[in-house]
Design a protein around this ligand. Structure first.
Ligand SMILES: [Zn+2]
Length: 331
């Protein structure tokens, strides 16, 4: 279902990590502070102050979901290769699958002929694999939103980040038969250790252009308006099928907001695409996506081909069940 472009064989392949100017500058400042302390110990207040300032800058960059200061980050779809008037936009749906909400979201998308990208949580996918299979069977994409969606994800070290991401890669690949190519951090929060881990797995970080805050907002119309205000081609929108807030009627608010968003996009003659399919048109990717250096020693899976990947057929949706969810962030 995904037509590879000339760049596509590099998708999912391990690539070399390229530190951003902020990270390079921070490293240089640390080295400079150490050298200054050795040469002239009395400069310690300046050295310590500089190091603290650089850590604050890195932390601030990690708390800004749409920032590219720590590494490449999709906040909009790439431009069309041929410069055509590309009317594509992307809907991303996070924190599922949810036995109650996901099937209803899929029905709404079908009714409007829309395709979406679902950032699934590995543990939930393992618990409800048939919903994940159904997502793929209906023409949507499944991407990596970590295995457990832990509150402490953004303050985790490289090993913990790698465990979360690798577990979700394995879970989602086993269920769908297709390897995720995009990663979205829980709550969009991260730290400087994330990008090197994403490089190992050939994953591209994706955030959004605007979000509806549908895990907190109880008014579906307000959620829709947040997404539609200034809506333009190449926008990436964020909604949730997991952790959905409830409207006054008790309905998950995403189900109230989504029809309005889908109708407005149709009126504006915008077309829905998945993130991975948007790559087909692109020659202007984030540098780390283009400048890949496949390293099978780091990621043996990097050597397989997209052609070998095929979505699994759904086994049919089970009836609703009352399985409780583990604790999550509500973003
Ligand atoms: Zn989330």
């Amino acid at each position: 279902m995904n037509t590879p472009s000339t760049l596509a064989p590099q998708l999912g392949a391990a690539r070399r990590w390229r530190p951003t100017p902020l990270i390079t500058g921070s490293a240089a400042l640390h080295a400079g502070a150490a050298a200054a302390l050795l040469a002239q110990p009395s400069t310690w207040p300046w050295a310590v102050g500089g190091v603290i300032a650089s850590h604050l800058a890195l932390a601030a960059a990690g708390l800004w979901p749409r920032s590219a200061l720590l590494g490449p980050n999709w906040t909009r779809l790439p431009r069309a290769v041929d410069g055509s008037d590309d009317r594509r936009i992307a809907l991303t749906i996070d924190d599922g699958p949810d036995p109650e909400v996901t099937p209803r979201v899929l029905d709404l998308l079908d009714q409007h002929g829309a395709r979406a990208t679902f950032f699934c949580i590995g543990d939930l996918a393992r618990r409800h694999p048939r919903y994940v299979e159904e997502i793929v069977a209906r023409g949507h994409a499944v991407e990596n939103h970590s295995q457990r969606h832990r509150h402490n994800f953004s303050i985790s070290g490289p090993s913990a980040l790698r465990r979360e991401i690798e577990a979700a890669q394995r879970t989602l690949t086993e269920i769908t038969g297709m390897r995720p190519y995009f990663f979205r951090a829980p709550a969009g929060l991260r730290n400087p250790f994330l990008e090197p881990v994403l490089c190992e797995f050939g994953l591209q970080l994706a955030s959004w252009t605007r979000r509806g805050f549908d895990t907190r907002e109880h008014d579906g119309h307000k959620v829709a308006q947040r997404l539609l205000d200034g809506l333009a081609p190449r926008d990436i929108l964020l909604l949730h099928d997991g952790h959905a807030a409830r409207g006054p009627s008790g309905n998950p608010v995403v189900l109230d907001a989504l029809p309005e968003v889908l109708r407005a996009a149709a009126m504006a003659k915008l077309r829905w695409t998945t993130l991975r399919d948007a790559l087909d048109l692109d020659l202007d990717l984030a540098p780390a996506t283009v400048n890949t250096a496949a390293n099978p020693a780091v990621n043996p899976a990097a050597t397989d081909s997209r052609q070998a990947e095929r979505p699994r057929q759904p086994a049919g949706l089970p009836g609703r069940n009352g399985a409780g969810h583990p604790p999550f962030d509500k973003i």
